[in-house]
Structures are given as structure tokens and as C-alpha cells.
Design a binder for this molecule. Structure first.
Ligand code: SAH
Ligand code: SF4
Ligand code: F3S
Length: 436
């Protein structure tokens, strides 16, 4: 068998897609984690910010050198950057032999042979139906404890700053029976935590003569099917998070009490310009409802700072919203113009880099304080932790997560990955709970 090495950039959906790709190629290739012995090297890419693409460009220049020493090595580019830049990449990047967009992975075997013969080695067609539903992904880079399951692909929301609707195409939902089949397979293989993935899981929708399922129905079906396995989900769009979902999360002890609810900005002006479909007030009402129905639930978010036309007042609105919600953690980004998006066409990227950087530092400093406050509330408590592995700092210590998605490092004796253990928290940092 030939050897395949895959490098994955970008979001969790790309991680899940690389596992699908490994399965599609499994008849001809086995995976290796030594790049030097690979016959085929695949780079699964992200386009969400310019920085993500620049990293891949730099990587491709390094790989061009590797290829000089190994003439038979084939290199292919997958994912969102393949979809966005398309076949032009083949001229621009010396290292590349072929490219495949996110809906073209079933054609990889043909693309590989076309690359060997140098005949049109690209496929960037998007599909309205492809969900790779019948493919059981190969979890080649796994801790054996947690796994991702794709439940939707694509996005119809067209937030004005975002490239994803263009790189991933229209939103579509995967048939529930194929999701449950994958759940069962993971359970049989000893997995203890599953994350249901989609750009907006709340718009999951499956209808045919027999069934009519929305996201709360689906997650309830998964949670009741595997009551001893933790179930997580990402991402929840704030405009679509229903009371029905919150009641479902409350009903099942194995659905984790953590919601990633990206707000992007605390200012109505910005939310409007971003086409997010909710106001500050509406977002805060949903948060109040979460706190009422799920008192032990943590919230995390994504925030973009320095979007087109963002004033100091808009920025202050983001800071006050962060404080009101009290996020346990957040992913923070400086706005990066993406060619082809509505924001690139309609607005000017008018916030100078130094102002973006200052505002970024202000939200970062505040978030560190909020994360610390959130963690301090856990000190002295005993929490349930799913062990994922040994701590990076010391192999005598274990690490894992609570249902609330808090990272815990602890003295765990001979406990193993996959064990659920009770840990008493003695101290914390903004990022970690530390206990025994
Ligand atoms: N579907 C998810 C987000 C996917 S992209 C959602 O709607 O929440 C992940 C995050 O990247 C977004 O939440 C946003 O905060 C950030 N992002 C997207 N486009 C960006 C851009 N052009 N510049 C900076 N950050 C961006
Ligand atoms: Fe992008 Fe908005 Fe879709 Fe998220 S919901 S992927 S931010 S367009
Ligand atoms: Fe990046 Fe594509 Fe995911 S742009 S964030 S890899 S959907």
C-alpha cells in the first residue's frame, strides 16, 4: 500500500473532512504520520481570514523544496482555499499537483491519476446534496476518546464578512440514520464524547415521508441512543437557538452544558452591517433564557474587532456585552477582508491596523479577566472530568474537560483516557482548572 500524509488547517469541519478523505482513499493508501515517507501529501486548507491562506502559501513553499528530493511525491490541496482560489493555484504554486474543493472528495482517486498524467487535475464543483453521508470516517489522529460527526455542510447565512457560504456552498443536512450509524460505530469503538458539527447546527432539518427532524430532535435521538457518551455541538447561530433546544439540553444529562454562541459584536450597527439577523437585545434575551433554563451552562463566543465603520462606541458596546454575558472563553479575531464577500463589495475596511490591534488587546484583556472569574467559581468544587490524556507540561498529570468544556489538569494516579473521574479543584488560571 502507498502512504498518505494529511495536514489539516482551519475549523473542526476540516478535521472531520480529512477523516472522510482518509476513508475515501483507504483502498489505495494507508496513513503515515511521517511526512518524509509519504507518496501522497494532502493539505486541507482554510480561507476564513487572510492569515490562514498566508500560512498555507508559506507551507507550500517549504514543500516545493521537499518535492525536489522526491520526484514521485504527489501534493494535493483540499478545502476552502482550493474552492476560493480555484485552478489558478496550480499555476501559482509550484509544489501543487492537483486541487479538490470540499464537495469533490469522492473524485480524489480520479484526480490523483489525472495529476499523474497532468490532465486537468482539479475539481472545485460545489454540490447541493453531497454530505458524504454513507462514508465512515477514519479517525487517524485521535485520542480515542472524542470524535467529530458532521451533521450539516455549507451555510446559507451570508454574514457579510464571511467567505464560508462561497467556499462550502449551500447548506444541506445529512440523513439522521447515517448520523446514528456513525454514532453507534464510535460507541462500539470506545469513544466517550461526540461533537455534532455544522456551521449552524440549529438549522439542521431532515424531512421525508416518514420523518421530520429538527436539531433538538436529532440531538435527543443521539443522546438517548448513547446515554453513557457525552454529546457536544457546534456552532449554534444565535438567531436560531430555540427554547426547544434548551429544554432538550436540560433533559439529557449526557448533553454537555456548554454553548458556543458567537456574537461577533455587541453593537447593533455592526450586527446590522454584518447581516447577523439579531440585535444586541435579542442576543441578550437568548442568553438570559439560557441562564434561566440551564443555570450550570457556560457560554463561549467568537468576536470580530475592527469591522468596517466600527466606532469607539461600537467597540465599547462589545466590551459591555462581554461583561454582561460573562463568557467562559472566546475566540477573538481582527477583521480580515475576504474578496468576493458582500462586505468587501459594499463597505470600506477603514479601521487602521493600529486601532484594530488596540481594540483587539482590549477585548483580549477583558476576556482573560472573564475567563479567570468563570474559573474561580469552580475552585473548591468537585467536578466530573472526562480524561483525554496526559498533561502537556508533566506526564505525571492527566488532563480532561468538564461538561462545561473547562480544561482540568489533575493528579489522577492510574486513571486512563476515557475514564470519567471526580476531581476536586484547588486552584486555577484563566485557561485551566487545577485539582486532584
Ligand atoms: N459558522 C460559525 C462561524 C464560522 S467561522 C458562526 O456563524 O458562528 C469562525 C469565526 O471566524 C466566525 O465566527 C468569525 O468570528 C470569524 N470570521 C469569519 N470571517 C472573518 C473575517 N473575514 N475576518 C475575521 N474573522 C472572521
Ligand atoms: Fe460564516 Fe455567518 Fe455562515 Fe457562520 S453563519 S459560516 S459566520 S456566513
Ligand atoms: Fe476555514 Fe472553511 Fe472552516 S474557511 S473555518 S476551513 S469552513
Amino acid at each position: 500500500m502507498k502512504k498518505l500524509y494529511i495536514e489539516t488547517y482551519g475549523c473542526q469541519m476540516n478535521v472531520a473532512d480529512s477523516e472522510v478523505v482518509a476513508a475515501i482513499l483507504s483502498e489505495e493508501y494507508t496513513l503515515t504520520n511521517t511526512m518524509q515517507e509519504a507518496d501522497l501529501l494532502l493539505i486541507n486548507t482554510c480561507s476564513v481570514r487572510d492569515h490562514a491562506e498566508q500560512r498555507v502559501r508559506a507551507r507550500l513553499r517549504e514543500l516545493a523544496a521537499l518535492k525536489k528530493g522526491n520526484a514521485s511525491l504527489l501534493i494535493g490541496l483540499l478545502g476552502c482555499m482550493a474552492e476560493r482560489v480555484k485552478e489558478a493555484l496550480l499555476n501559482e504554486e509550484e509544489a501543487l499537483d492537483f486541487i479538490a474543493g470540499p464537495d469533490a472528495y469522492r473524485t480524489l482517486p480520479q484526480l490523483i491519476s489525472r495529476a499523474q498524467n497532468r490532465e486537468n487535475p482539479f475539481n472545485v464543483l460545489l454540490s447541493t446534496q453531497e454530505t458524504y453521508d454513507d462514508i465512515l470516517p477514519i479517525r487517524y489522529d485521535t485520542n480515542g476518546v472524542s470524535a467529530f460527526i458532521s451533521i450539516t455542510r455549507g451555510c446559507n447565512n451570508f454574514c457579510t464578512y464571511c467567505v464560508v457560504p462561497y467556499t462550502r456552498g449551500r447548506e444541506r443536512s445529512r440523513p439522521p440514520e447515517t448520523i446514528l450509524h456513525e454514532v453507534e460505530d464510535l460507541a462500539n469503538n470506545g469513544y466517550k464524547e461526540l461533537t455534532l458539527l455544522g456551521q449552524n447546527v440549529n438549522s439542521y432539518s431532515w424531512r421525508n415521508d416518514k420523518e421530520n427532524m429538527d436539531f433538538p430532535d436529532l440531538i435527543a435521538a443521539v443522546a438517548s441512543h448513547v446515554p453513557h457518551i457525552r454529546v457536544r455541538f457546534a456552532t449554534s447561530h444565535p438567531k436560531d437557538i430555540s427554547d426547544k433546544l434548551l429544554h432538550t439540553i436540560a433533559r439529557y444529562p449526557n448533553i454537555c452544558k456548554h454553548i458556543h454562541l458567537p456574537v461577533q459584536s455587541g453593537s447593533d450597527n455592526m450586527l446590522n452591517r454584518m447581516n447577523r439577523g439579531y440585535s444586541r437585545e435579542k442576543y441578550l434575551q437568548r442568553v438570559a433564557r439560557i441562564k434561566e433554563l440551564l443555570p450550570h451552562c457556560t457560554l463561549s463566543t467568537d468576536i470580530i474587532t475592527g469591522f468596517c465603520g466600527e466606532t469607539e462606541k461600537d467597540h465599547q458596546d462589545t466590551l459591555t456585552l462581554m461583561e454582561t454575558v460573562g463568557y467562559a472563553s472566546a475566540f477573538l479575531f481582527k477583521y480580515s477582508v475576504r474578496e468576493g464577500t458582500l462586505a468587501a463589495k459594499k463597505f470600506t475596511d477603514d479601521i487602521p491596523e493600529n486601532v484594530k490591534a488596540r481594540r483587539f488587546n482590549e477585548i483580549l484583556t477583558l476576556q482573560q479577566q472573564l475567563s479567570l472569574n468563570s474559573n474561580l467559581k469552580e475552585v473548591g468544587k468537585t467536578v466530573e472530568v472526562l480524561v483525554e490524556g496526559t498533561s502537556k507540561r508533566s506526564n505525571k498529570q492527566l488532563f480532561g474537560r468538564t461538561s462545561q468544556n473547562k480544561v482540568v489538569v489533575f493528579d489522577g494516579g492510574d486513571r486512563q483516557p476515557g475514564d470519567l473521574v471526580l476531581v476536586t479543584i484547588h486552584r486555577c488560571t484563566a485557561a485551566t482548572l487545577i485539582g486532584k
